[in-house]
Design a protein around this ligand. Structure first.
Ligand SMILES: Nc1ncnc2c1ncn2[C@@H]1O[C@H](COP(=O)(O)OP(=O)(O)OP(=O)(O)O)[C@@H](O)[C@H]1O
Ligand SMILES: [Mg+2]
Length: 314
């Protein structure tokens, strides 16, 4: 495992324009995704998790726009590029989206067409990005479907999404995302729409495929239990800012920011509901002032003034 940065985001700002004015969805975020690791972004609804991922894929749409910043991406053996500088409609952008980076969403039907067979859709995903024959693509599609745990893949290739359960559809979407060997798999709440046992299966699958295929993963969730199971590194976001960054151990064992501490306190236990809106009750406005991120002990980062950081960690 190396510590090379696959993606390094610097001071990224995203704004949404409306008749009422402009709202900043991302207010200057910095984050790194290390090669070969699973980085989780955790935060409440509206904190800017999805917007961050969409910006990386160049999928922010009007009325949203990136107003400034850099998204540096360094594929293996290649030069660093700033994703934000890639020309619109270029081959390079096409190669980035779905080729070098692939994304899966909460709702599998976002990525699937109801009117095409599963086999055609996975085959098409390969043909779009790789120069292989249709027969080769079809064989690879079938192999990938087996790999993600679809039994009788040969027969299932001829079926339509409605003939698959929600969990099976999400497996298909994972297969589609991974057929082109992306360097980064972005998962935006991929299990939220699934019931609990299926959630666990999908998480296990992502973990297994990540190590088997040597893909780095960015995993977006509001669920710290998922973070604990899956992440190597954690980025805590709130209202368009990054408040804390660390390894999963650091974030779970010695969270420094009051917001991270409140998130941890809101994890459901048999005695509490664990609703994230209880987080707000544990915080004051002063806890959430927009301080810059500073690096503390062992490369942990936190957005606090130095005098609010325990001396032993400075
Ligand atoms: N289409 C839009 N129009 C206007 N503002 C938007 C739009 N999409 C996002 N935003 C703004 O960006 C902020 C961050 O949105 P984002 O979707 O990234 O949140 P999130 O952290 O992914 O939340 P969730 O957990 O609910 O998915 C929102 O609070 C909102 O202010
Ligand atoms: Mg989201």
């Amino acid at each position: 495992m190396t510590n090379r940065n696959l993606v390094s985001i610097h001071d990224l700002h995203v704004a949404f324009d409306s008749e009422l004015g402009t709202t900043e969805a991302l207010k200057g975020i910095d984050l790194d995704i290390k090669h070969g690791r699973t980085t989780a972004i955790v935060g409440e609804s509206g904190s800017g998790k999805s917007i961050t991922a969409l910006a990386m894929m160049r999928l922010i749409q009007r009325p949203g726009r990136v107003t400034s910043g850099q998204i540096l991406f360094t594929p293996a053996g290649k030069e660093t590029i700033d994703v934000l500088q890639i020309p619109d409609n270029s081959d390079e952008l096409f190669d980035l989206r779905g080729g070098k980076m692939a994304m899966i969403f909460q709702e599998p039907m976002t990525a699937l067409s109801p009117v095409h067979t599963i086999g055609d859709q996975v085959t098409e995903a390969i043909l779009t990005h790789r120069q292989v024959t249709k027969a080769e693509a079809f064989a690879r599609a079938c192999e990938m479907l087996k790999r993600v745990g679809i039994n009788d893949a040969e027969q299932r290739m001829n079926q339509y999404p409605f003939e698959f359960s929600g969990g099976m559809r999400q497996r298909v979407v994972i297969a589609m995302a991974l057929v082109c060997d992306p360097e980064l798999l972005i998962c935006d709440e991929p299990t939220t729409a699934l019931d609990v046992t299926i959630q666990a299966e999908i998480l296990a699958l992502i973990r297994e495929l990540k190590s088997a295929l040597d893909t780095s993963v960015l995993f977006i969730t509001h669920d710290l239990a998922v973070v604990a199971q899956l992440a190597d590194d954690v980025v805590v976001m709130h209202r368009g800012r990054v408040l804390e960054v660390g390894t999963v151990r650091q974030i779970l064992k010695r969270p420094v920011h009051p917001y991270t501490q409140a998130l941890l306190a809101a994890i459901p236990t048999p005695a509490t509901t664990g609703r994230l809106d209880t987080v707000a009750e544990l915080l004051t406005e002063e806890n959430l002032l927009p301080y810059p991120l500073v690096t503390i002990k062992d490369d942990q980062k936190v957005a606090l003034p130095i005098d609010q950081i325990p001396e032993a960690l400075r």
